[in-house]
Design a protein around this ligand. Structure first.
Ligand code: UDP
Length: 246
């Protein structure tokens, strides 16, 4: 038997990965890019091949965000716009499912809104069973309720599915003191407490999501998924991104 230490040995058994809708578009553009989705899928495959149980909550911002869309005019009610946003996340979920399956992976798409022709309705026990069988569980439709975002869905599902951690995939290397894309002097935090996130109003996830995670002591790692292999490194517990804990 080899004594070699595997630097990518998973530290977490069950992980909730939150992918924003913009991850599915090319360079922050709207719509769905197959090559961008393929990039995510390859990273997912690497961790699932190592035995990690992975649930993915997908956003819809590459297609439509309810608050922004309804702000454009008074014709479409905000609540309706949020339902449209939830439907957008289902499109991303379907794309991710097909791309993962093109790599030979087993998947299930569960949605918080009923779309029986294309997905299962979210049922916690069934989702857990899929995870135990090594299937990637893609969770679309957010929470199924308007006026919140998929960050809240990620926190809720992370708690329900008893995930060990929430990985919040972003285009930046973690949480900064200011917007690093605008302020070159912004500094990155390696670790934060939920309290500090609240007190300083740091942009980690929506406050309702942080509140849920803080209450249940569910750690959140904010990291840059654009760097190849970072999902694997995050799950191996490498010191990348910003870890938010109690
Ligand atoms: N949304 C909602 N309830 C939810 C989750 C999402 O109403 O539980 C709507 C909301 O309008 C949101 C849109 O769906 O703006 C897309 O989700 P989100 O903005 O979280 O996507 P992301 O920013 O992650 O791409």
């Amino acid at each position: 038997m080899s004594d070699a230490i595997d630097p990518l040995k998973p530290k977490y058994n069950r992980v909730l990965l939150k992918m924003s809708g913009e991850a599915f578009g090319h360079g922050g553009q709207s719509g769905i890019s197959i090559s961008e989705t393929m990039g995510i899928a390859h990273q997912i495959k690497r961790v699932v091949d190592r035995g990690v149980q992975l649930a993915v909550v997908v956003g819809g911002g590459n297609i439509l965000r309810g608050a922004q869309f309804s702000a454009k005019g008074e014709v479409i009610k905000e609540t309706t716009a949020h339902y449209m946003g939830m439907l957008a996340t289902i499109m991303n979920g379907l794309a991710l499912q097909e791309v993962l399956e093109s790599l030979g992976m087993q998947t299930r798409l569960q949605t918080a809104l009923r779309v029986d022709s294309v997905s299962e309705f979210f049922i916690r026990r069934r989702a857990i069973r899929h995870l135990e069988k090594g299937r990637v569980v893609i969770l679309s439709g957010g929470t199924g309720n308007p006026h919140v975002t998929t960050d809240t869905a990620a926190a809720l599902r992370g708690i329900e599915l008893e995930a060990d951690i929430i990985l919040k995939a972003t285009r930046v290397d973690g949480v900064y003191s200011d917007d690093p894309e605008k302020n070159p002097h912004a500094t990155r935090y390696d670790r934060l407490t939920y309290d500090r996130v609240f007190k300083e109003g740091l942009r980690v996830m929506d406050l309702s999501a942080i509140d849920l995670c803080a209450d249940k002591k569910l750690p959140i790692l904010v990291f840059n998924y654009k760097k190849e292999g970072n999902i694997e490194k995050a799950i191996a517990g490498h010191p990348i991104g910003t870890l938010v804990t109690a």
